[in-house]
Design a protein around this ligand. Sequence first.
Ligand SMILES: Nc1ncnc2c1ncn2[C@@H]1O[C@H](COP(=O)(O)OP(=O)(O)OP(=O)(O)O)[C@@H](O)[C@H]1O
Length: 639
Amino acid sequence: MHGDNGETDDANSVPAGEEQLAFNHPGGDSLELAELLTGRTMARRLPSLIRRTFSLAWEVDRKAVVALLACQIVSGVSGALGLFATTKAFSVLIETAHDTSRLPAAIPAVSLLAGTAGLRALLGIAIQALSNRLSPRICREAEYKMLEAATNAEQAAYDHPGFNDRFDAAERGVDVSRHMIGQSQNYISSLATLIAAGVVLASLYPLLLPLLLLAAVPQAIASIRSERVTYLATVATHKDRRVMYMLRWHLIAKDQSDQVRTDTLAPYLLEKYKASAERVEATSNTATWDRAKIAVLGAAATGLASSAVWGAVLLLLGTGRISAAAAGTAVFALRSAATGLQGLVGYGRDLLRTGLYLDDWERFVKEAAGQRLDRGTITPQPPQHIALRQVTFRYPEAAQDTLHDVDFEVRQGEIVAVVGENGSGKSTLMKLLSGLNLPTSGVVTWDGISIADLDPHAMWRHTSVVPQDFARWPMTARENITLGQPRPEGDLAVQRAARASGADDVIKTLRSGLSTLLAREWWGGVALSPGQWQRIAVARAAHRDAGLLVMDEPTSDLDPRAEHRIFTGLREMAGDRAVVLVTHNLANTSVADRVFVLDKGRVVQTGTFHELINQPGLMQDLWRLQQDRDAYRTEGEDT
Ligand SMILES: Nc1ncnc2c1ncn2[C@@H]1O[C@H](COP(=O)(O)OP(=O)(O)OP(=O)(O)O)[C@@H](O)[C@H]1O
């Protein structure tokens, strides 16, 4: 298909060598599990899955678990008693077919039957209520653990291609965790029904028991195979489903909605979406057919096996090995056993599927996809001296180092600026200074202690960062500045920070001042312009009582007046902090005590602004280029 104007390339025709979006599935390990989706593994895994379900439930509500187990045991026993009572009543009825005077003999059995049926109905309601109480709590607990693991992962985790996929897989685990209790409980009650029926059959004629189990085999195999086909299809379509998810987001997200329209991009993106959707559909269709074939074969085999069982009952009756009453009882028990078996296989399969996703969740919770923060425990004081010594850094999976042998330092009360061309490694250096990333080699120290030995959370309490892409929290203006961590002076501190960044002018115009919600898209709050947001972000950093202040392009969206205000007030805002500043507007670096010039990941110059613009080198080159534009402008004004 082509776009409206006929000029859009077909998304399916990819030029040779063109890189394509590819996502790693959460580990070959899930695929391995699919390979292990066999009857034997199922039998081995199910008990441990049920144990796991109850231990998760135990963590959230012990009383409910005890009550649930008690109800299940009583329900199972009464189910078995009910079956015995049914068969007893049944045999009395058959034996007394021509002698009604013996009917009263059936009264105890019938009473027991009615009693157990009533009790089971009541217990069923109690079990349902307890499950409904437990399920959402299990799900919430699972989600809490997953979020806790995610926020305790290294920031670098997001640069590992597998991390997001593993997080997605864990989310699916959270989602299915709500079904665990129901599935476990249905599985257990099916097992109880089957055991009761098995005991009755074995007491009538022991050979019927293995025959019954034999009849169950084809159905079990078919169910497991069918589940395997489904799971493998899910794995096979994972990449395309992720691409579709991502494209859907790009097509409808507000941030790009203007460009999707003005760039007439929608047909091209939709074409890519369609190409992925078609591949998913093709795989799903194949899987549907495979499942249908398996179902037909399974049903035929089950039919044959059931005929053999019924034939055996008739044979036993015909040869006088069992009485008519026993045959009637056997028929009843067989029906009951069939229901139990069906449940056992069906719920067992559901539970196993849930278990596969739960494994993904558990792996993520245990190790945050191998990225759990695992650093030292030293609690630092506000840093007086931060240094990088011979630091080299390479992003995970990157082909080359981003920083090479960098030496850098900043002291309390100093303002240090970092400049360099795009991609020279300035933001990367900021991430190392603030401990978001650890160096690949070399060392970053806070007062002589390697940041790898510091408790990361304690360290970040002394860190204040304005990143290039700062967050716009859907909260009030006050919360956006305090970040839920107000200083003892309360709003006075907020207003002071707002004055330093120029955010006070923004707040003045807001309908409820600091209490205005800044989240128009979501909660009917107010929308700010990018520059107004940036003033709030700088106020946030000024407000934070942190020894290290890192500002990465803090004035990129600001008008000249606002930018001027921030840089002239920077020394005052800095107070006794160590300040590191990244900026492309080189004139702004005149406020700094020292300037570091980065080129392709190396520090190529250091000195004051005036020293650097007056000596040959990259800084002077960049400065001249900037002045060149100013000269053009001045020339334009003169003419
Ligand atoms: N998450 C990442 N994973 C892999 N490589 C990255 C990542 N972030 C940055 N890089 C690479 O590191 C290099 C330096 O990026 P960095 O963002 O530090 O540059 P910068 O100097 O801040 O650039 P700019 O002036 O454009 O902000 C770039 O070549 C970039 O491709």
